[in-house]
Design a protein around this ligand. Structure first.
Ligand code: IVH
Length: 702
């Protein structure tokens, strides 16, 4: 009897190995025929029988389960959506340096923060910056348990089944017994594999990819892992996420450790003694860039010593200890076919050049920003002009300048509108400002629409299936006018299911994505409101400080009388609420004005109230709530000796303290360094606890 016909109970270990082998090949083949070629060769029942036999053998011989076992990678119905996964340690992005001066500034900033002499050498671990997509791999006791995309840095998508098909990603680490080791790096496709893939796609009338990065991203986000398996994806490891143990003291040693564990690290990674050598390394990599078989868009410098990295920490969403030194933007020549005016969510009018499409660095560009009206006049940009454009990474392409020689007299000067092209309201440019704004507020359809788009954008509500284009359509069809409407879309279930290209499944998916977002982190909600000047970092500050939207609104409203009277109510000092807002570190008068103006507006208030009926904000987790300074408000003043003011501030925030810029009755501690001036006197007058640096350190290190 052939092995394939034997009962599982009768198989020897050797038989089982042979049979698992045969099943893996057969299942992968049938899966491929079914999902990729739409040409199944066997019935569903016969396929299920193969899967079942595979599972039965694995149950009888668990030590023989293959790393690429079909039970791990296929067989489950392809999900229509990848599950969301919250990163244990956020995945950061990198700040950019665009020239040597920026890179040298970075080196100086590092030393200032660490209180080191300006001339001291800081060794850097240097690596090419791979133009791919980052991924976080979680290993428990050396075994791969999850592969998660970066997402917004806090929450990514679970693509574990897909990354298991990438041969550079070990299933089992060699000599790693850490309970948890998260390894981060870049998934990419080589140029050669990209060209081969595109050729194949073309022949099979399938989607052709614009560049290797898109090809890698498209290949990773397949619902069916066998498709990912068929694409040649590579992986370079370069950073750490959550680690239950740590046995190296430098980034360079960490890379060596990754190699021992079985990862591929970039062969061009190097250790240099100081920033001057890092700049030489940059020149070297720039010179060999074209010969590399994969795309890179710069070089990354990382402070090598891990104790320095820990002290430096992060600001907003990038580490203070690393920087990406980018290659210069790619340039091209083309013609301006016309100039459109776009109206943003805050009413800003932005001129956009419509271009004769041109390929720049592998991407077709047909629009470029012209920034504002002065930019057009200063550069004398006319419709019909031949212009030079540039595109750098994800940045919007720009028009650099005009080729005046190429003019033939048919060019026309653009007349900048003084009324909003969307709603016709006057567009006003306040004196001293570069931007002209529509005064129509929410009665302006363009502003309304842009606000809705911002509300669902990736860093705000990030609702899968509800991108900018769908928002636009649903708005036009009258289903969406304000954020709260999104959570009432089920009223239109039948209309939505009947839309072209939709159906029960897409509608169900959309509704489930919307349902998931009813519980939303407070900082995302604040950011999603789209208040001028309130980016993600400020949203987080506000969320931490106020803990609820109601509290923030109450403060903004109490500050309103003062704000409209130029920060001061008649004959009195700025009020308490205004002081609370501007007392928050990094929030100055101008930002406070925008918060107050937005949250005191009747229309906005009503829209927010309706929104709060359908969503439940989750306050940010208290940071280090067991520290003695958690929840306390601290002001630093004067020159500190042990660490820089920036480091002291960052550390206090990590311990859950709120750092304020000015002393008030609400301040808990004022920490004074040498030459402390008026803030120390004010603290004394108000009876606030004053600590010198030593006592502050004793308090925070206890
Ligand atoms: S280090 C905490 N090293 O660039 C710092 N990033 O623009 C973690 N990237 O999100 C990143 N090559 O996806 C690092 N050698 C390299 C890199 C690299 C590419 C990507 C990464 C990151 C993005 C930031």
């Amino acid at each position: 009897m052939e092995i394939k016909d034997m009962a599982v109970a009768d198989l020897t270990e050797a038989d089982a190995i042979t049979e698992l082998d045969r099943l893996a090949v057969a299942i992968s083949h049938h899966n491929h025929m079914y999902h990729r070629n739409d040409a199944p060769e066997i019935s569903d029942a016969a396929f299920d029988a193969l899967m079942r036999r595979n599972m039965d053998i694995e149950a009888a011989f668990p030590h023989l389960i293959r790393l690429d076992s079909p039970s791990l990678t296929v067989g489950t119905a392809p999900s229509t959506q990848f599950g969301k996964y919250r990163h244990h340690v956020p995945m950061l992005s990198l700040a950019n340096a665009f020239d040597n001066a920026d890179a040298m500034d970075f080196d100086q900033r590092v030393k200032r923060f660490l209180n080191l002499p300006a001339e001291q050498d800081i060794p850097y671990s240097v690596e090419p910056k791979i133009d791919g997509l980052s991924i976080s791999l979680r290993y428990e006791y050396g075994k791969l348990v999850a592969g998660i995309t970066r997402g917004d840095g806090v929450e990514g998508e679970d693509v574990t089944a897909n990354i298991r098909t990438i041969s550079d990603i070990p299933e089992q680490l060699t000599q790693c017994d850490f309970a948890v080791a998260e390894i981060r790096g870049e998934i990419f496709m080589t140029k050669a594999d990209f060209f081969a893939l595109n050729e194949n796609q073309q022949q099979t009338n399938s989607k052709v990819f614009a560049n290797p990065r898109n090809a890698a991203a498209g290949s990773l986000r397949q619902k069916d892992p066998t498709i990912t398996a068929a694409r040649a994806l590579r992986f370079f490891a370069y950073a750490a996420g959550e680690m239950s143990a740590w046995n190296v003291t430098s980034h360079h040693d960490y890379l060596m450790l990754l190699e021992t564990w079985g990862f591929v690290i970039n062969p061009l990674s190097a250790l240099v003694a100081n920033i001057a050598d890092a700049l030489k390394y940059y020149d070297h990599i720039a010179a060999i860039r074209a010969d590399l078989d994969y795309d890179i868009d710069g070089v990354v410098y990382k402070v090598d010593q891990l104790d320095y990295q820990n002290r430096l920490g992060q600001v907003s969403r990038s580490p203070r200890w690393a920087i990406a030194h980018k290659f210069p933007a790619e340039k091209a020549q083309t013609h301006i076919l016309g100039i459109d005016i776009q109206v943003g969510r805050t009413g800003a009018l932005t001129p956009v050049a419509r271009l004769q499409p041109v390929t720049v660095g592998g991407v077709v560009v047909s629009n470029a920003t012209l920034h504002n009206e002065d930019y057009i006049t200063d550069k004398d940009i006319r419709i019909g002009d031949q212009v030079q454009i540039q595109r750098a990474g994800d940045v919007i392409p720009q028009v650099l300048g005009v080729d005046v020689e190429a003019r033939d007299g048919n060019e026309t000067v653009f007349i900048y509108p003084d009324h909003c092209p969307s709603c016709g309201s006057p567009a006003i440019r306040p004196e001293g400002e570069a931007v002209r704004r529509c005064t129509g507020q929410l009665s302006c359809p363009a502003q309304l629409l842009e606000r809705l788009k911002h509300f669902v954008s990736r860093d705000a509500f990030d609702i899968e299936g509800l991108g900018a284009r769908i928002i636009e359509e649903l708005h036009q069809e009258g289903m969406l006018n304000e954020p709260a409407d999104i959570f009432h879309l089920n009223r239109y279930r039948d209309t939505l299911a009947a839309r072209d290209g939709w159906g029960e499944l897409s509608v169900n998916n959309l509704f489930s994505a919307i349902e998931q977002r009813r519980n939303i982190p407070l900082e995302r909600l604040i950011y999603g409101l789209g208040i001028r000047q309130i980016g993600q970092a400020t949203s987080l500050l506000l969320a931490r400080h106020f803990g609820s939207l109601e509290q923030l609104i109450a403060t903004a409203q109490a500050a309103n009388d003062v704000a409209i009277n130029d920060h001061k109510a008649p004959n009195q000092a700025p009020n308490q609420a205004w002081q609370t807002l501007t007392g928050i570190d990094q929030i100055g008068d101008s930002v406070a004005h925008d918060i107050v103006r937005f949250l005191s507006d009747d229309h906005n208030q009503q829209a927010i109230n309706r929104l709060l009926e359908v969503v439940h904000p989750i306050p940010p987790e208290a940071v280090a709530s067991d520290s003695p300074v958690a929840g306390k408000t601290v002001v630093f003043t004067g020159t500190l000796l042990q660490m820089s003011r920036a480091e002291a501030k960052a550390k206090a925030e990590l311990l859950g303290a709120k750092v304020a810029g000015s002393v008030s009755a609400k301040t808990d501690y004022v920490v004074i360094g040498a030459d402390a001036g008026s803030k120390a006197r004010k603290a004394e007058a108000l009876g606030v606890t004053i600590l010198d640096e030593e006592r502050w350190l004793a308090l925070t290190q206890s």
